[in-house]
Design a protein around this ligand. Structure first.
Ligand code: AMP
Length: 193
């Protein structure tokens, strides 16, 4: 099963993708996680991405398409995967279609998590608080200033994917405002439908 989780920052994509990946026994592929690992490791990609990520902007299509092309070529992705945070632009979506096409496969579904914009800042601030409470360091972009830029990037670059996948008959939208377990149940129900 090849799936995309789509939604604005703070919609709960990461939380749901991790749990869904466990339930289905397939990997969760988060470009955000991969980029944060590259920043931490100080690789060339990490050095190129760091400032853009901190400000809440989008890393270049070229970089993220390259990362995903390499990742989905790995053996653990042969049985499917859940994309979390990719694609984020129409160019990335077209590149993904092409990549899958060369492998003779297609996406099964795109799950859109719908949430109220007003809830997003509270969720992002809460995530930062929970990370600090657990003794960790919050994400450099989990603050009100960077969220503005991240939301702007979402509406400008990523929201058009909703129409793109609707036109392909792949889009399934669910209420992301429900409690985590309810959202998970909604996802399972629509994948079984
Ligand atoms: P995320 O963990 O998905 O919220 O991503 C954190 C940050 O990584 C984003 O705000 C972007 O700066 C960068 N990023 C992650 N995925 C992508 C992508 N598909 N295209 C461009 N930038 C990305």
């Amino acid at each position: 099963m090849k799936l995309i989780l789509l939604g604005p920052p703070g919609a709960g994509k990461g939380t749901q993708a991790v749990e869904l990946a466990k339930r289905r026994g397939i990997p969760q592929l988060s470009t955000g996680d991969m980029l944060r690992a590259a920043v931490k490791a100080g690789t060339e990609i990490g050095r190129k991405a760091e400032a853009v990520m901190k400000a809440g902007g989008l890393v270049s299509d070229e970089i993220v398409i390259g990362i995903i092309a390499d990742r989905i070529a790995e053996p653990d992705c042969a049985g499917g995967f859940i994309l979390d945070g990719f694609p984020r632009t129409l160019k990335q979506a077209a590149a993904l279609d092409e990549l899958l096409d060369t492998k003779g496969t297609i996406l099964d579904a795109v799950i859109e998590l719908k949430v109220d914009d007003e809830a997003l800042l509270a969720r992002i601030e809460n995530r930062a608080r929970e990370t600090i409470a657990a003794g960790g360091t919050p994400r450099a972009d989990d603050n009100a200033e960077a969220l503005k830029t991240r939301l702007w990037a979402y509406y400008k670059e990523t929201a058009p994917l909703i129409g793109y996948y609707f036109a392909q008959g792949k889009l399934k939208s669910i209420n992301g405002m429900a409690p985590i377990a309810d959202v998970a149940r909604q996802i399972d129900a629509l994948l079984e439908a």
